[in-house]
Design a protein around this ligand. Sequence first.
Ligand SMILES: CCC(=O)SCCNC(=O)CCNC(=O)[C@H](O)C(C)(C)COP(=O)(O)OP(=O)(O)OC[C@H]1O[C@@H](n2cnc3c(N)ncnc32)[C@H](O)[C@@H]1OP(=O)(O)O
Ligand SMILES: O=CC(=O)O
Ligand SMILES: [Mg+2]
Length: 356
Amino acid sequence: MRSSKDFFRPLAVGAPQPVTEIPARPSRAIHFFDPSNEKMAAKIPQMVGTVDVLLGNLEDAVKADNKEAARAGLVRIAKDTDFGPTQLWTRINALDSPWVLDDLTTLVTEIGDKLDVIMVPKVQGAEDIHYIDRILAQLEARAGLDRPILVHAILETARGVANVEEICGASPRMQGLSLGPADLAADRRMKTTRVGGGHPGYLVRQDPDAETPDAPRATFQQDLWHYTIARMVDACAMHGIYPYYGPFGDIADVTACEDQFRNAFLLGCVGTWSLHPKQIEIANRVFAPSVEDIRHAREVVAAMGDGTGAVMLNGKMEDDASLKQCLVMVELAEQLSRIDPNLKAQYDAISTDSEV
Ligand SMILES: CCC(=O)SCCNC(=O)CCNC(=O)[C@H](O)C(C)(C)COP(=O)(O)OP(=O)(O)OC[C@H]1O[C@@H](n2cnc3c(N)ncnc32)[C@H](O)[C@@H]1OP(=O)(O)O
Ligand SMILES: O=CC(=O)O
Ligand SMILES: [Mg+2]
């Protein structure tokens, strides 16, 4: 076990000072692209500013024969593009793969100054994060970087879920976690064949009516991912890092995609992955508080004065705890307003309404 005094000392001579807090940068959509796919890669410069995070994916969904082209493509895109307010992330190959060492060495030394976060797949426990932490420090020192690259782990193995709290607390670099429902389903031997989302077979059925026991009974589909997302949210909150939903594979079903994203938002996630350009708009809308919520939250803040005691507002009791919930929403709206002029205009219009 590392001493708490050592936790914020660099892990290599010449490496940058570890961060003591993970900045709350808006990241409603982490948009995946394959840097070896020329059509996709060509679209990246024009996507800057339309999405909070662009992620050059090197792992699953990139063909084995294209791994090196994807890595080289990401280096080229990073060097040639001004990302402005948009963060640049990458997903490296798995730690047991033949590609990961070159992924890390090439990316950190060539474009480490452009990379905000490295996403690590199939993380099993703190030991995987310790490995990444040390090697990143060595490479950052070699590259002469002046700020540490942050680390994001995908929760996509049963062992990873069992170790989720220790993964979140394994390094001051830990920025957040994403749910990986496809690999997680396979690793758990769940009997599903989908990438995220619900399943019509996972349901509860209404009790039979005593008078008409043979009458049809309503069924209610349940959320397969509720348990894992809730565990992930608690582990992240405990360690001051950020939880994200992951992939929603049914690109055509924008309605169910929106529902899955909203469930994650309501449970505490700050964002999600986008696999196709059309999922960006859904994520940007869902992972921002609604105008109605902000209107209500501001009314509660105004009514609560010094923040203590209880008041009645529109027939409902508000107190210190409901005020804290409202402040979460108001702070998120303020952060998003700083980067999204459309949202700013919508939230600003509320003040005008209530002043009239
Ligand atoms: C499940 C576990 C995981 O690991 S999920 C994460 C890994 N998977 C991924 O990263 C998948 C990323 N997305 C994709 O590969 C593609 O979007 C897939 C799903 C294959 C669909 O591609 P395609 O059939 O070309 O879609 P389309 O014809 O509707 O595309 C329209 C135009 O948009 C482009 N496009 C597509 N996806 C992206 C993207 N992610 N980023 C940027 N551009 C994208 C297409 O190239 C196409 O362009 P054009 O109009 O032909 O010029
Ligand atoms: O990498 C994501 C997943 O769902 O698997
Ligand atoms: Mg996966």
